[in-house]
Write a protein that binds this ligand. Sequence first.
Ligand SMILES: [Zn+2]
Length: 175
Amino acid sequence: MTWSMKEVGFMWALWNKGIAVNAWRAKVDNLINQTCPLCGNEEEFTLHKFWECCHAQQAWEYTQGIMCELAYGDKPSWVVALLHWKQCVFVAKNPRQMQCVENIWSLPRGITLKTLWIEWNDLVFNNQRWNVVKIHEVIWDALLDYGRAAWNICMKLIIKTPRAEKKLLKKFDKS
Ligand SMILES: [Zn+2]
């Protein structure tokens, strides 16, 4: 599994309470409501923000659906609640059914975490509430952007080193 520096930085911040949540912010500022601003139902702790919240669950379900389509060509009925917060928010090994996408799981996982973080910031600081369509669009667009970037890197490598094409195709066949 390879991690980008951005993902490493984000995960470090998550593990070390560097991502502010209202449950902690309310302890130092009485004017801050400790409730989750997205659902308005629960105290906002890290796990709620990135996993338990209904907004987070929608995002994870969508991301898992994409991964299943990539792995199986369809979204199997068992996909809902397949992954646990340990696989999504942290880096626990995926269950057997998702092992085939283990190598690329860190990318959609990172995109989903970042999307949830941006959604939260947009609501809190810009008063912009996202609907589920927007969440899906942001996740999908980010995946496409990473795909284009990876494709461009491959093309530059092939142009620079023609022998790289054979190596890249071999790697692609194994994935
Ligand atoms: Zn919530």
